[in-house]
Ligand binder design. Structure first.
Ligand code: FES
Length: 157
């Protein structure tokens, strides 16, 4: 799908005179598109005379950035040691089965993306998943099913 670069142009103008503002600029781009499109990177590079390799360097260094489209809701399943011991792999496999996608995939209705992450820093709640920044601890298969149903039915947004 072709990316409409009108918003990218506006954001570039907003930051044009600010030196060293590449990270907030990229954050704003991601806030608009849900990820940082290659077309936007190309335009930023051209307009602000920044080598694409520098932009990609930042995008791949910071885990907050995405280079590909994501679903409306991003599910991160922790696979750190504590979560693994408490069944995190089974939770991830169940999510993958239930959503019908692999890790880093997007459901065909664009509703969910699934990611595998390392320790989220709340091992006492293992196994943990995060949906759009909301932490869900002591996950069970049943709890996962309820959560997905809530998102699908619009009860959770
Ligand atoms: S290992 Fe999952 S939160 Fe620490």
């Amino acid at each position: 799908m072709k990316v409409d670069l009108a918003e990218t142009k506006k954001i570039i103008e907003r930051y044009r005179s600010e030196k060293g503002a590449l990270i907030p600029l990229l954050q704003d781009i991601q806030a608009v598109y849900g990820y940082v499109p290659a077309e936007s990177i190309e335009l930023i590079s051209k307009e602000l005379s920044i080598y694409p390799v520098k932009i990609y360097g930042i995008l791949t260094f910071y885990t907050q950035f995405y280079l590909a489209p994501r679903g409306k809701h991003t599910i991160k399943a922790c696979q750190g040691t504590a979560c693994h011991v408490m069944g995190g792999k089974a939770i991830l496999d169940h999510l993958s089965d239930k959503l019908g996608i692999d890790v880093d995939g997007i459901t065909p209705d664009n509703m969910f993306s699934l990611e595998r992450v390392a320790c989220l820093g709340c091992c006492g709640m293992a196994p943990v998943i995060v949906i759009d920044g909301d932490f869900h601890g002591r996950c069970t298969i049943q709890k996962i099913d309820e959560l997905l149903d809530n998102y699908r039915s619009g009860k959770a947004k």
